[in-house]
Write a protein that binds this ligand. Structure first.
Ligand SMILES: Nc1ncnc2c1ncn2[C@@H]1O[C@H](COP(=O)(O)OP(=O)(O)OP(=O)(O)O)[C@@H](O)[C@H]1O
Ligand SMILES: [Mg+2]
Length: 155
């Protein structure tokens, strides 16, 4: 088994609209081993979110390859990518993407329930305590602060 968890190879991303073509990512190439931690740092608008969306299989590159745990994300189909995301990817969106009609506890329980976990409630409760939101389980996203919403997303 290889220790490489994420391999990004020659990734380009361009978008075209009526004003022309914008190249957001140009020949991005790196890999991360299991257990490694990395931060991607750059000016606002430099392409960090675009890169992370592609690495998570939420967006497609114009060209290039992304391997997650040895699987080429853009050779498998959308359903297979969704299954791989559910098993191997955690993603905190810049705008959190919590579900507004579910409270904090239900937001954290949902992916656990979808993956068939019978301990979803206990696990979600434990994770929310871990991020300091043990007193906010029943709160809906609209009454949580920005940082609290981000912690629900982390949980
Ligand atoms: N679908 C799109 N169509 C046109 N332009 C886009 C599209 N997606 C991203 N961009 C542009 O590409 C650039 C990179 O956007 P991205 O969201 O990746 O930046 P970022 O590094 O995450 O910035 P921030 O630090 O502000 O979150 C921005 O200038 C953005 O306007
Ligand atoms: Mg961003």
């Amino acid at each position: 088994m290889s220790d490489v968890m994420i391999a990004v190879q020659h990734v380009f991303k361009s978008v075209t609209d009526s004003t022309g073509t914008l190249t957001i990512l140009r020949d991005i190439d790196f890999s991360l081993n299991k257990g490694e931690t990395a931060a991607i740092v750059g000016a606002s608008g430099s392409g960090k979110s675009t890169l992370l969306s592609i690495v998570a299989g939420l967006d497609t590159p114009t060209s290039g390859t992304v391997l997650v745990d040895g699987v080429d994300l853009f050779v498998i189909n959308e359903d297979q990518r969704a299954a791989l995301r559910a098993q191997k990817v955690g993603f905190v969106f810049q705008s959190f993407q919590l579900l507004g009609n579910l409270n904090a506890l239900e937001n954290v329980m949902l992916p656990l329930e979808l993956s068939g976990r019978r301990d979803a409630r206990a696990t979600a409760t434990r994770m929310l305590h871990r991020v300091g939101l043990g007193e906010r389980l029943g709160h809906y996203p609209k009454v949580l602060s920005g940082g609290e919403q981000q912690r629900v997303a982390l949980a």
